[in-house]
Design a protein around this ligand. Sequence first.
Ligand code: IPD
Ligand code: CA
Ligand code: CA
Length: 268
Amino acid sequence: MFLEKGLVDAEVVARFDLAKNVIKVAGELALDYFQRREELVIETKTEPQDVVSIADKNVEQVILQQIQEAYPVDNFLGEEQGILKGDNDYLWVVDPIDGTSCFVNGLPSWCISIALMQQDKIAFGLVYDPNADELFTALSGAGCQVNGKAVKALNIDSVQAGVMGVGTSHRVPSSHCLHFLQGLLDEGGMFIRNGSGALMLAYVAAGRLIGYYEPHINSWDCLAGLILVQEAGGSTNQFLENGGLLEGNSILVSAKDIHHQLDHFTRL
Ligand code: IPD
Ligand code: CA
Ligand code: CA
């Protein structure tokens, strides 16, 4: 259907179809680990609260294997593997489990995030929540869907009209997040943090949250979410500017008519 409309090229559509299968397989494996998580050995990475287990590593490995079988010269960037150089213009950006802290503590708000970059553009993004069996998908130019059903970002003009997702980490000073929260709360807004940036971005696309802000996020957490929100008609900041792909950046996405006001709250 997308090809008939001339929206994107066949190479991208073939990868999108593969990604829909790969993310479901990865989701099944992750859910199996989640259901017997007391067996997992939890390690802490370099910063406080940043945890990882064999589940993250093996789920990423399964995703990588399936991509490499089909597309051996595509580039790959995964949270656990880092960058694997290929020999063409495609780059897969993968977070095998986003919301690991929730995952290891038995909370269901975690997901898998897969995006494809074609040169400097995001070609598609998928976020899969195995607990809810919800697959959020967006192919550039073809809208955003949840389990195949079209969804839209909210059409609102006040931060009081719903709940804002907010995230933070120990990669940045607490003042960034606190300043944003103060601006939001002073204007009668409210916030939620469920522990998975990728899932909260998907919720903005699906019209469940008015927006999402995090002072620093990595590309594997958010590239899929960015295109989900764009294709759902929401606004996004220029995450990829100034080395966002490899270094991370701040992220702000929201319903269109409140983006300017929210952006103001991010300015220290
Ligand atoms: C983290 C989550 C969290 C966000 C952090 C991410 P992880 O990813 O998305 O919500 O606030 O910035 O690092 O470690 O669970 O994959
Ligand atoms: Ca993540
Ligand atoms: Ca992760």
